[in-house]
Design a protein around this ligand. Structure first.
Ligand code: GLN
Length: 291
C-alpha cells in the first residue's frame, strides 16, 4: 500500500481483498475489507459504495492500516469493529463474549416455531437463556415477541455487562432479569420458565485446540464443553425439567454430529420433540418438551 497513485475507496477495497486472500487470513476477504474500510472512514457499507471514487487522506489511510494489520494477525472483524450483525440487528461484542454466529439464528427461528405451535405468540412467556453472552439470542426473541419476559443467565459478569448494554440499545432492558449464575446454580429456588434456551459450549477440547488460531480470540468458557464437548449440554438437559412449567420447552444449539448421540439420551421430565437444521443442513437445534 504505497506508491504515488491516489488511494481511492474502491482501489483500496480491491487491494485489501487481495492482500487478505493472499495471506489466507480470511474466509471472506472482500466483506472484511469493506467492513474495515467503512469503519475506518465512519461509513456504513452503503456509504462505502456511494463513495467508491473518493480519495483517502493520510490520517484515514493510517487508521485503516492499523485495522487490517489486526485482521491479518487473526483478530475477528467483529472484535475490531466492536459489533456483529445477528438476525438483522447490530449487537455490541468484545472479547468477553462469543461472537454470534449465523448458525444460531436457527435457534431463534426454532423458538418462534415451537412456541407458535403452542399459541404463545401473545402470551406472557417467561424465557430464560443460559449462557446469554452478548445477549443476541435473547434480545432478538424479546424484540420478536413484545409480550415475553427474559431471564439472562451467565457465569461471567463481564458478559452480563455486554448483554445489558445491548438490551439498553434495543430497549428491552426492563423486560429482563439479570442473573450471574453457573447454569441453574444460583437461580431462585422454585422459579419456573415456559422456555429455556441455550447455545452452550459444545466443542471438544481437541476441536478447540485444532482451530485455536480462529477460536482462541473468544472466551474458551463459551466454546469448550469438556473433553467430548457434551458436558454442558448434558448438565443443562438433566436439570431443565425441574425448572420448566408444563407445558414447557428446552431448546439447545448443538455441534455438528452431536444430535445423533443426544437423540439416544433421556432427560428427566422431557421428550425430544423436534430437530432443526441450520443453513448448511446440519442438525443444529434440538427442542425438548415437558412430558
Ligand atoms: N459454533 C461455534 C463454532 O464452531 C461453537 C459455538 C459453541 O460452542 N456454542 O465456532
Amino acid at each position: 500500500m504505497s506508491g504515488g497513485v491516489a488511494w481511492t475507496v474502491g482501489r483500496l477495497v480491491q487491494w485489501t481483498e487481495r492482500w487478505f486472500a493472499e495471506r489466507g487470513c480470511s474466509d471472506s476477504p472482500r466483506l472484511d475489507a469493506e467492513l474495515l474500510l467503512a469503519y475506518a472512514l465512519g461509513y456504513d457499507r452503503l456509504g462505502l459504495y456511494l463513495n467508491f471514487r473518493q480519495p483517502l487522506v493520510a490520517g484515514e489511510l493510517s487508521r485503516f492500516k492499523t485495522l487490517i494489520r489486526r485482521r491479518a494477525a487473526g483478530e475477528p472483524v467483529a472484535y475490531i469493529l466492536g459489533c456483529k450483525e445477528f438476525y438483522g440487528r447490530r449487537f455490541a461484542v468484545n472479547r468477553q463474549v462469543l461472537i454470534p454466529r449465523p448458525d444460531s439464528e436457527t435457534l431463534v427461528e426454532a423458538v418462534l416455531t415451537v412456541t407458535g405451535r403452542q399459541g404463545w405468540d401473545r402470551q406472557p412467556v417467561e424465557l430464560c437463556e443460559l449462557g446469554v453472552g452478548s445477549g443476541a439470542l435473547l434480545i432478538s426473541l424479546l424484540l420478536s415477541r413484545p409480550g415475553w419476559r427474559g431471564w439472562a443467565v451467565d457465569i461471567s459478569p463481564a458478559a452480563l455487562a455486554v448483554a445489558r448494554g445491548n438490551a439498553c440499545n434495543h430497549r428491552v432492558e426492563e423486560r429482563i432479569s439479570w442473573w450471574q449464575s453457573d447454569w441453574f446454580g444460583s437461580l431462585p429456588e422454585g422459579q419456573r420458565f415456559h422456555c429455556l434456551i441455550s447455545n452452550p459450549p459444545y466443542l471438544s477440547g481437541r476441536e478447540w485446540e485444532a482451530d485455536r488460531s480462529r477460536l482462541g480470540w473468544e472466551p474458551r468458557l463459551a466454546l469448550v464443553g469438556g473433553d467430548d464437548g457434551l458436558e454442558a449440554i448434558l448438565k443443562i438437559g438433566e436439570a431443565a425439567g425441574q425448572w420448566l412449567h408444563s407445558p414447557g420447552w428446552l431448546l439447545m444449539e448443538v455441534g455438528a454430529g452431536q444430535s445423533q448421540r443426544l437423540k439416544a439420551v433421556d432427560f428427566p421430565g422431557l421428550t425430544l420433540d423436534s430437530v432443526f437444521r441450520d443453513i448448511n443442513q446440519i442438525e443444529r437445534v434440538l427442542a425438548w418438551r415437558t412430558n
